[in-house]
Design a protein around this ligand. Structure first.
Ligand code: XCC
Ligand code: SF4
Length: 680
């Protein structure tokens, strides 16, 4: 008997089909390579482990030990009264709403805690306690100061004088730090929103008081037996999400820009092929740019280059994964190695001498993969360590940041000679232009002497640009890697929708070659192509990391201010999307988009599907309250067309739908004329 059992256990392991797992050839090649080497990756695990159906619907509650109470939606749906309830009587709506806002709490805290770390380093820099960090972008400092109530001028003897920059920086740092836990008032940045939006939030009673409090309150309200009204629960989710987008994330972006420089367009490359066999490959992965900024500086130093050469390498190749990649890409042009789902594959190349991780989106399996190679996996953040014993922890401290960075770079260089023979770097990479932002959009679309959003608005009004979409977010192993991202974006630009991207969508677009001005000719509709060619921008503008979604909020606000497209973000012909989302951060981002007035569509799955009443509240009723609402669509083409339909609805409400008809007629006429001309 025992032998029979053993035979059963030894069934061949299910593995991912590389072609079905990803649209990206580099990824397909490396999945096959991993399988050849007998190393499992997230792609294989996704086929061997099914997701829990009840959890996926959002209707499993484990908020007390009388549960977990599981309330699956019957296959046939529910007719009549929904009598499902947990032991305490919690309804499916309550359970789904509690779970949903706990996801917001998780996401908002991740972004905001990141922001807090940056603020702490900023404060050290302002106090001149560290020599490694300095205020780099004083223009941005002066631009941000008033929003935190910090004066940039002083009056002396009736004369208005410019205030000392060090003094401004210190006060900005202190005011910023205060936003996380001040005892009264409301977040200062909320007033940066268009006035009608601010007033709407005020009327609805959702102005966040401080960042930490709103997150704590979610944890309280979702504790067993507290808030049991899905409308009231989501109201608190709204407060915390606003505290993320218009608080923690926006502060992270602003303070990073001041410390490390506001990005401007920069050319680089993306995909695993940026790694070089004859170089020391150092990969930084995670989200916070505080340490990676130092690593960039260290790796680019002459001293480290020479040290690498002395060890037999031709140099040091730095690369990034996830949003740390986006941060150092947009400020230094450091190439992007991988999206979220490719992180294990970067080590499986056998050419990664060190992978340095900070916080968020770091798979624990990296440690297991690193064990199969010479790769040093280095954790750097006190709050993000790993249990596996091959992981090295070098704790970052802003007071000796450069020292830490040099130590890490040296470790990587020393590790170069330990490489095995089995290096295999897929030869795929694409050129990308990244580093756009509120400031550079203004510059590029406004021209040098009229830096404003007027030109962008004008092109939206005349219909060359049909609308603007923010397409952002993660990869998700439950869906084909990058397929949703690329199909949604391509369908949008084909229909003249200008795309703003961040996060792993930005990386996916880069790998696909969509972040170059030349793309316009190939993939865009005639109107958008014309605009892109005239001003020399790609049809997909990479705005950075996930905290930089705050740049999208501010860009939308600038569009409102420039005039002609209504009075609020909800009036704009705009939509949001995360085709392959997976993280709690995505839910927080999605929700602050929605309550800022943006119609937002998510792909893959939606975590409230098991509670139809609450689900409809998010996907239908919120629009009447906030001007924006959620939607869910798995099919990427339908997903894009739902966004386009919303954009067209807004164009109609603004009375600019006719203009677009004319533009299209013009193009058709032009083609007809050209055809006739060619005949002659
Ligand atoms: Fe993580 Fe930011 Fe998602 Fe990518 S997009 S998987 S959150 S790295 Ni933010
Ligand atoms: Fe079940 Fe209620 Fe406890 Fe949740 S809080 S586990 S629904 S008894």
């Amino acid at each position: 008997m025992a032998e029979v059992k053993k035979e059963k256990v030894e069934k061949p392991k299910k593995m991912a089909d590389p072609i079905a797992a990803s649209i990206d050839p580099a990824t397909q090649q490396m999945i096959a390579r991993a399988q050849e080497l007998g190393i499992d990756t997230v792609f294989d695990r996704a086929v061997t482990m099914k997701a829990c159906n009840i959890g996926m619907q959002g209707t499993c509650c484990k908020n007390c030990s009388m549960g977990p109470c599981r309330l699956p939606l019957p296959k046939a749906g529910i007719e009549g009264e929904d009598t499902r309830k947990g032991l305490c009587g919690a309804t499916a709506n309550t359970i789904a709403a509690r779970n949903f806002i706990r996801m917001i709490a998780g996401g908002a805290s991740a972004h905001s805690d990141h922001g807090r770390c940056v603020a702490e380093v900023f404060l050290s820099a302002a106090r001149k306690e560290t020599k490694d960090y300095k205020i780099k972008d004083t223009d941005k400092l002066l631009a941000v100061a008033p929003h935190l109530g910090v004066a940039t001028t002083v009056e002396k003897d009736g004369e208005v004088l410019e205030r000392d920059l060090d003094e401004i920086a210190l006060e900005v740092a202190e005011k910023a730090m205060n936003e996380w836990g001040k005892p009264e008032g409301e977040l200062l940045y909320l007033k940066r929103a268009p006035e009608p939006l601010y007033e709407r939030w005020k009327k609805l009673g959702v102005l966040p008081r401080n960042i930490d409090r709103e997150i704590v309150e979610i944890m309280h309200r979702t504790h067993m037996g507290v808030d049991q009204d899905y409308k009231n629960l989501i109201k608190q989710g709204t407060r915390a999400a606003i505290a993320d987008g218009w608080g923690g994330s926006m502060l992270a972006t602003d303070l990073q820009d001041i410390l490390f420089g506001t990005p401007s367009p920069v050319q680089s490359e993306a995909n695993l092929g940026v790694m070089k066999e004859d170089h020391v490959n150092i990969i930084v992965h995670g989200h916070e740019p505080v340490l990676s900024e130092m690593i960039v500086a260290a790796a680019q130093s002459k001293e480290m280059h020479e040290y690498a050469v002395s060890k037999g390498a031709r140099g040091i190749q730095l690369g990034g994964i996830c949003c740390t990649a986006n941060e150092i890409l947009q400020r230094h042009g450091v190439p992007t190695v991988a999206t979220f789902l490719q992180q294990e594959l970067a080590i499986i190349t056998g050419a990664c001498d060190a992978m340095v991780v900070d916080i968020q989106c770091i798979m624990q399996n990296l440690a297991n993969v690193a064990k199969c190679f010479h790769t040093k996996l280095i954790t750097t953040h006190p709050i993000a360590r790993m249990e596996q014993d091959n992981v090295i922890h070098i704790e970052f401290d802003e007071h000796h940041a450069m020292e830490d960075a040099v130590r890490i770079v040296k470790l990587a260089i020393d590790n170069f000679e330990n490489r095995g023979a089995e290096v295999m770097i897929p030869q795929y990479k694409s050129v990308q232009v990244a580093g756009f932002g509120v400031e550079s959009i203004e510059y590029h679309l406004g021209g040098t002497f009229r830096g404003s959003y007027y030109t962008l608005n004008d092109n939206i009004i005349n219909g060359r640009i049909r609308g603007v979409a923010g397409v952002v977010g993660c990869n998700n192993a439950r869906t084909r890697h990058n397929e949703g991202h690329i199909q949604v974006v391509k369908e949008l630009i084909k229909n003249d929708v200008l795309v703003l991207t961040t996060g792993c969508n930005g990386i996916a677009c880069a790998m696909e070659g969509l972040l170059t001005p030349e793309t316009a000719q190939v993939f865009c509709g005639p109107g958008l192509a014309e605009v892109c060619e005239t001003v020399g921008i790609p049809p997909v503008l990479h705005l950075g990391s996930c905290v930089d979604n705050s740049r999208i909020l501010l860009a939308a606000t600038e569009v409102v201010k420039a005039g002609g497209l209504g009075n609020d973000i909800s009036d704009l012909p705009a939509a949001g999307s995360a085709p392959e989302w997976m993280s709690e951060k995505a839910i927080s981002i999605g929700h602050y988009f929605v309550v800022s007035g943006v119609y937002t569509v998510f792909g893959v799955t939606f975590p409230t599907s098991g509670a139809p009443v609450f689900h409809d509240y998010l996907c239908k009723e919120l629009e009447g309250i906030y001007g924006g609402m959620w939607d869910f669509e798995m099919d990427p083409i339908k997903h894009a067309h739902k966004m386009i339909a919303h954009i067209d609805k807004k164009r109609k409400a603004l009375g600019i739908d006719k203009a677009r008809d004319r533009v299209l007629m013009d193009m058709a006429d032009r083609r007809e004329m050209e055809a006739k001309y060619q005949e002659v």
